[in-house]
Design a protein around this ligand. Structure first.
Ligand code: PLP
Length: 402
């Protein structure tokens, strides 16, 4: 008789990881030694940072650091609870009031992260008998939020308002009719740096009585008046885009998600969002730094201006070298390479030359659309950008791409 060995209940942990490694799909973590700044030290090497979301350089801004230190002195290291019980500090209320003023909205609500905002709010806005209509390239946190909802879902072609209209029209033929329709899109798409046609999306949604939810993680601090984001960029009104979601982890330089809109929306979210209700609130240092970030945006307009002048300079420079920058309209500038292996090699060679920019390869983008994704930063100097352009030229020629 053959004695069966007991099955190893955790054997999949290693085998699945090893499979990722053999397909070169595992993340190799680099170590940032010191602050995220234009010239920083990564894995012991001095590099020019071209892949951080710290668009305005605020993560290391003296006013944010000072505010964080001060808040630790006055309010301690942690908040002690979730917001609805005992963790709602005066600082949290100040941040939400300041953010609502900045966004020119009736009210705002701050979540622990942008991911928590999407996964906590989306499933509450659409339930059984409702429909969520989503851009095919929306961010993973939107996709997870949609998965938590009992609503039905439909996808429209990337940034294609006509296709959105087609999807909604088809949905309206359903009987019984959907009670609510929620249209969701990223504001700026992080792989290509293109901007959603939010004005057309809002018009189509309005024609069909649908809600609009925009995730502006990459648009705020970047687009619109003084970096107020995509709703400001298109000069839309609050009743056209009912839910404006964003994050403090990118241009604002700290961490935290947020939602702005009507007082009704915020009252609803305060009472329904499970991520907000059931997870501890931000520590004082984080909240104070976020408040300071908004103040910096309001009083130091040069950061947004520098970001755009760097963006125009670098994009033109890359294009003049003969590279394709795809659909980029924002500080996210993909340098199209094509083959995944070549993109990885390109990134490794850049790093040797002191330029830190990561390859984006399959399965994140289509197999023949691998790229080096560069992200501009307000604090980079023209000297930094010229050095980066020289490296792109050298390696592009070396690999026969230009
Ligand atoms: C980064 C990002 C998020 C997540 O935000 P965090 O605050 O970092 O959790 C959500 N949506 C989009 C489009 C993002 O790019």
């Amino acid at each position: 008789m053959v004695r069966m060995l007991p099955r190893d209940p955790v054997g999949f942990l290693r085998s699945e990881y090893e499979q990722l490694v053999s397909n070169e799909l595992d993340w190799k973590l680099r170590i940032l030694q010191g602050p995220s700044s234009p010239r920083c030290i990564v894995d012991g090497k001095k590099v020019i940072m071209l892949c951080s979301n710290n668009y305005l350089g605020l993560s290391n801004h003296p006013k944010l650091k000072k505010a964080a230190i001060q808040a630790v002195k006055t309010h301690g290291a942690g908040s002690g609870s979730v917001r609805p019980i005992a963790g709602n500090m005066d600082l949290h209320m100040t941040l939400e009031r300041k953010l609502a003023e900045f966004k020119e909205a009736e009210a705002s609500l701050v979540y622990q992260t942008g991911f928590a905002a999407n996964s906590g709010l989306i499933p509450q806005l659409a339930d059984a008998g409702d429909l969520i209509v989503s851009d095919e390239l929306n961010h993973g946190s939107i996709i997870d939020g949609v998965r938590l909802s009992k609503a039905e879902r439909a996808v429209y072609k990337h940034c294609d308002a006509e296709d959105l209209a087609r999807v909604i029209q088809k949905a309206e033929e359903r009987s019984p009719a959907y009670q609510r329709i929620l249209v969701i899109t990223d504001g700026v798409f992080s792989m290509d740096g293109d901007i959603a046609p939010l004005d057309e999306i809002a018009r189509i949604a309005h024609d069909h009585g649908a809600m609009v939810y925009v995730d502006d993680a990459h648009g705020e601090g970047v687009l619109g008046k003084g970096g107020r984001g995509i709703v400001s960029h298109f000069m839309l009104k609050r009743d056209q885009v009912q839910v404006e979601m964003g994050t403090f982890s990118k241009a604002f330089g700290v961490v935290g998600g947020h939602v702005s809109g009507s007082r009704d929306l915020i009252n609803f979210a305060y009472n329904k969002s499970r991520t907000w209700l059931l997870s501890g609130s931000h520590p004082p240092a984080v909240v104070a730094a976020c408040i300071a970030a908004i103040e910096v945006l309001e009083t130091e307009p040069e950061h947004v201006k520098n970001l755009w002048s760097n963006t125009d300079y670098f994009r033109k420079g890359i294009q003049n070298l003969g590279f394709d920058t795809g659909a980029s309209q924002t500080p996210i500038i993909p340098v199209m390479i094509g083959d995944s292996g070549v993109a990885k090699k390109f990134s490794a060679r850049l790093f040797e030359q002191g330029i830190f920019a990561l390859p984006i390869v399959f399965p994140m983008v289509a197999k023949d659309r691998a790229r080096i994704r560069t992200i501009m930063n307000a604090a980079l100097t023209k000297y930094d950008l010229d050095e980066a352009l020289l490296a792109f030229e050298k390696i592009g020629k070396e690999l026969g791409l230009i």
